[in-house]
Write a protein that binds this ligand. Sequence first.
Ligand code: NAG
Ligand code: NAG
Ligand code: NAG
Ligand code: NAG
Length: 554
Amino acid sequence: MSFFKLLLVALFSSFVTGAVLPEARLQERQSCNSATDRACWSSGYSIATDSETSWPNTGVTVKYTLDISQKTLAPDGTSKTMFVVNGQYPGPTITANWGDFLEITVTNSMTTNGTSMHWHGIVQKNTNNMDGVNGVTECPIPPGGSKTYLFQATEHGTSWYHSHYSFQYGDGVVGPIVINGPASANYDVDLGPMPISDIFYNQMYAEYVLSLTGGPPVAPNAVINGTMRNPANGLNYRLRLINTAVDSGWYVSLDSHIFTVIAADFVPVVPFNTTWLFIAIGQRYDVIITASATASNYWFRAENGCGNNGNQANIRSIFHYDTVAAGNPSSTSATLPTFSCTDQTGIVPYVAKSVPAISLFDSSDNLNIAAGQGGTWTINTQAIDIAWGSPTLLAVEQGATTFAAATNTYELPDANVWVYWVVQNGGGVSHPIHLHGHDFSLLGSGSGTFTNATASVLNFATPVRRDVSELPGGGWIVIAFQTDNPGAWLHPTLMRRTVHCHIVWHVGAGLALQFLERASEIPTTMDLSSLPSRCDAWDAYYSTTPDTQLDSGL
Ligand SMILES: *[C@@H]1O[C@H](CO)[C@@H](O)[C@H](O)[C@H]1NC(C)=O
Ligand SMILES: *[C@@H]1O[C@H](CO)[C@@H](O)[C@H](O)[C@H]1NC(C)=O
Ligand SMILES: *[C@@H]1O[C@H](CO)[C@@H](O)[C@H](O)[C@H]1NC(C)=O
Ligand SMILES: *[C@@H]1O[C@H](CO)[C@@H](O)[C@H](O)[C@H]1NC(C)=O
């Protein structure tokens, strides 16, 4: 036991990069939660708490500064010009405790691009103005400018932050988020986040321009936790897997080990075991690995199960037991899963919650996704094309009641009602569908066309809740959520390349809509007073730069 603790301390000391120790924070605001009682957290809060509706108020504000700049790095050994956070790739991990406030100042030290920072999966309860989506909730931060985001971590688990300025996150403006909280199974050591991403050697704007004449680009490589080499020590670990790619859905496994899955996105789940796990772009899985195999070195594999990559079969890192010498595993090929490019099944939320059942779906509930004119992607025949300088919240602040068709705005005026959406895929390519401001209940998913008759297969009793679901090629998903959070919430597909020529990344090509939820309550719920001057600062920059918005801007 003493050996074990010693190792634990040694491991943690190597994780600390910032000024404040994550472990010190943990001790401040949590009264239990040791290796043998991870379900416990603090007085009144545990893994049995419905974190969608209750969370601790710790009174603690955790502060970070994220500076975005251009830098040449070589994540996989090949130099490339990147946009990075605090000079590193991936950006620093934002760590807080469940119920803390996060105060994060983003400064733009780039010279050629604006930026806005989105905190993926954070529901931003009553703080839609902190969601960081340029053209929807704010104007971009111009070069030389900054914005301080302030919001509460009402859910716990694993996520990531990324720029929402066109394709910019593909240039490196990404980093993990860890919100410490209770867990649905015990583990000894938290190994922290493991983001898995494809990488391009050109900058994303250059890739986009090339793609207009040269067809869809194929990422030449991918990186696991920012590199192609990352050994970790072996015992009994929690690992926080995050798909931060622009084009790839990963099937991951660790040779000779089982993953015990304990959370999907920000939602704790009833633990289940699997050898392969499909992670759509934007999804997260927290897994426990029991290091009970023969002490050795093992491949961690990320197989590109949907999308193309120039290094398809070799996206790996090494897990190493520290009782043996570090080195390459004896090279064995794995038995691969079927690459269906659909969500992982077998997921049951730890706190199961039912959704009122309906059997008839009106056509106004349908969101039909299709390829549109001129290389666009559309939802109900409309491609989104936002204007960076005219965000929806500014329009709401100025009293607008109608919105241009190109903003693809769906108004949800009624408070606390359930809304149901059939997302029907008219094309053969799957799409990772993400919702801001809510966890949605995923009532079902299938192939072909959804009809009222199909409604009988939906799970209203114990649906999976999460914030990203992979919409099957030629298939459908049905989601539901409650209108409990006023704001303009983006409902995009995350970037993913299609096989159709000249169409590059889907959200850039229009595949998104906005739910404008309880618009009349927005001005009284949050402080929008700095929006006009922030937009003036953006306009002043944008009117003088030759760089223009090439795509939907999202
Ligand atoms: C990821 O990389 C960081 C920085 O090098 C390192 O501290 C951390 O241990 C790595 N995580 C894993 C899971 O290997
Ligand atoms: C963003 O920066 C890239 C790289 O410097 C540049 O090519 C592009 O024109 C810029 N685009 C916008 C819209 O700011
Ligand atoms: C998962 O596998 C581990 C290791 O084999 C085992 O101890 C555990 O009981 C399994 N858990 C579930 C939920 O099947
Ligand atoms: C379901 O039935 C309702 C009521 O008859 C009808 O209005 C609607 O169009 C049907 N929806 C679908 C998807 O067929």
